[in-house]
Design a protein around this ligand. Structure first.
Ligand code: PBG
Length: 331
């Protein structure tokens, strides 16, 4: 009976590049990439982030030089994260509301120079607070949800007025999307988009980012478990996403990336909404460390990771690898 075996040979459609390309189910293009960038006050600065090889903090003038390359590669958008000077931080993170603060100034410069480049601004207080939490704590250290939101909505207004295309609340307070959306409507900034960090986990993978923005040392041994989600929960992510969509989010995000691909898939299947994934700092650092040790091939592994995000259902990927991937895709 050997001639009758097997009925299906899966390998037939893998035998050559042309047929492999015909059966390919998803693809990855530069259009799917968003580059997070760190900025600092000053001039002529390009300061390496120790825990993230190849990643720097730029002063605004240097940022513009850098963005020339980013833009030239066809990357559609960048996400800005500031490292605020320690002396400007306080309990309420009030500097986040300064219309002439580092981020609003950077946004204005970017939009002037690169009007076609999407600018996404994080909405959370952690770069601005002296305790490193994303909101305003009460005397027991519990973050005051509604007081934090009133701060975030003002911060959002400042960022939107500066020209941010997308506000990306990453704070995980309840109800903030609706309040920010109402503010945008009432201020007639109806085209400002909201990408909600809807399913954001309390993850140990964020520590290099916290070094980069200087919130890690402020945070010390505290964690964010009273507002970010437990890695043990999945259904809860769907409830979070449902709330944010109902409140007016245009796009939703899952974060971190690789360990949470099941959540990406569930969110995409359930809501069929523009879904983003954040390949976070610790995931990047892990890959860089392995590559530097000679254990992994950075180019091939980073490409595979991006392909897996797409297969899992992500429309877009925030990744520190964006420029490297863009270069390889166009090679
Ligand atoms: C701040 C914020 C964090 C990240 C993005 N926005 C850190 C945190 O919540 O502590 C993490 C990004 C990364 O690790 O690359 N709210």
């Amino acid at each position: 009976m050997l001639y009758n075996f097997p009925q299906h040979r899966s390998r037939r459609v893998r035998q050559s590049p042309w047929v492999r390309s015909l059966v390919q189910e998803t693809d990855l293009t530069v259009r799917n990439l968003i580059l997070p960038v760190f900025i600092v006050e000053g001039e002529g600065l390009k300061i390496p982030v120790d825990t993230m090889p190849g990643v720097y903090r730029y002063s605004i003038d240097q940022l513009l030089v850098h963005l020339d390359l980013v833009n030239g590669l066809g990357i559609p958008a960048v996400a800005l994260f500031p490292k605020i000077e320690t002396w400007l931080k306080n309990k309420e993170g009030g500097v986040a509301l300064d219309p002439d603060g580092l981020v609003p100034r950077a946004v204005r410069e970017i939009k002037k120079r690169f009007p076609e480049l999407g600018v996404i601004c994080d909405v959370a207080l952690d770069p601005y607070t002296d305790h490193g939490q994303d909101g305003i704590p009460d005397d027991n250290g519990y973050l005051r949800n509604d007081a934090t939101i009133s701060q975030l909505v003002q911060m959002s207004q400042v960022l939107a007025q500066a020209g941010a295309d997308v506000l990306a609340p990453s704070d995980m307070m309840d109800g903030r999307i609706g309040v920010i959306r109402n503010m945008l409507e009432s201020q007639r900034m109806v085209n400002t988009m909201i990408t909600s960090y809807a399913a954001k986990y309390a993850s140990a993978f964020y520590s290099p980012f916290r070094d980069a923005v200087g919130s890690g040392s402020a945070l010390g041994s505290s964690d964010k478990k009273q507002y970010q989600m437990s890695p043990l929960n999945g259904d809860e992510a769907l409830r979070e996403v449902a709330m944010d969509i109902k409140e007016g989010a245009d796009m939703v995000m899952v974060k971190p990336g690789i360990p949470y691909l099941d959540i990406v898939r569930r969110v995409k299947d359930e809501f069929k909404y523009p879904t983003y994934v954040y390949h976070v700092s610790g995931e990047y650092a892990q890959l860089q460390a392995a590559a530097q040790a000679g254990y992994l091939d950075y180019d091939r592994v980073s490409m595979e990771i991006m392909q897996c995000f797409r297969r899992a259902g992500a429309d877009g990927i925030l990744t520190y690898c964006a420029m490297d991937i863009a270069r390889r895709l166009s090679a």
